[in-house]
Design a protein around this ligand. Sequence first.
Ligand code: PHE
Length: 346
Amino acid sequence: MDPQEIINDLQHLADRFDDSVSALATEQQIRDLQASFLGKKGEITILQKLLGKLPGESRKEVGQAFNQAKQRITTAAGDAIDGLVNREASEYLDRHTDLTLPGRAPRMGRMHPITLVMYDIVDVFVSMGFDVALGPEIETDLYNFGKLNFPDDHPARDMQDTLFIKEGKTLLRTHTSPVQIRTMLEKPPPIQIVAPGAVYRRDDDPTHSPMFFQVEGLLVDEGVTFAHLKGVLEAFLARIFGRDVRSRFRPSFFPFTEPSAEVDIECISCKGAGCNLCSGTGWLEILGSGMVDPHVLEGVGIDPERYTGFAFGLGVDRIAMLRYEGISSIRLLYENDPRFLEAFRR
Ligand code: PHE
């Protein structure tokens, strides 16, 4: 047989494969066609058996022609199968996609109601000249209690209330008051800061969450009096709750302030008549405050003969519940159910 004739035959076979494959509609048909060319009894395989009979010098050239033809057929079969798959996919999409449907907007996140209220509170104090200070949530026993003049046997140090990390050494801060200590150790008076942040206690019921938020305030300078404290807090309450909300200062006790006062506002719900929210008293407690105890000033190296100061700590969750009337349980604020949080767009 003439080597050139075999080469021409191979050319024609590959051309014929190309022509036939384009008409096929399934992958199986394509594979069958491929086998009828390249399989055990395929046309090319049979032709290849003649290779041995060719004169030695032409074998190389004809061998190459075989490889090319097989390569062409294999590639054409692969391309044809890819084409089928793509066509099926786009037909599927055509059948199942309705381009006239409205798009789905991505769900937008928004700030948590507690965060919103905390920012509002901080804004009011910043407008009165307070700087913002922050402290760690993991505190030392010394800053959370010792330097705040808590005696060693004070009940708040008990395992009942405090989440200790290493008893007597480190703990989750039970209030933001240690930021007072950190600030006073860091710089001399005049000091005028607010410190927002999370605090932790071993409490868990409808009105108490084991984690909640406070905003601490501290002002230390020459000549600071209780009247300044009262003025600042009353201005604050008017800004947050409106001018006509009545408030009262009630004597109280904290180890780190002397004298101390808790501040109540007239119950938002019953306007003082007495209801469930205020346990019938007509008043709601929203913050603790007082004049910084001279022992505390001494403990951080500030001369109590020269300087005086006031401090306060308010519960953000409490104010949020009053702000957004109808939040019946503090848990709602921490469960983070998106349906609940949706209601606090701003
Ligand atoms: N740290 C006190 C508390 O958590 C509140 C407070 C702060 C009282 C500052 C007086 C002065 O209850």
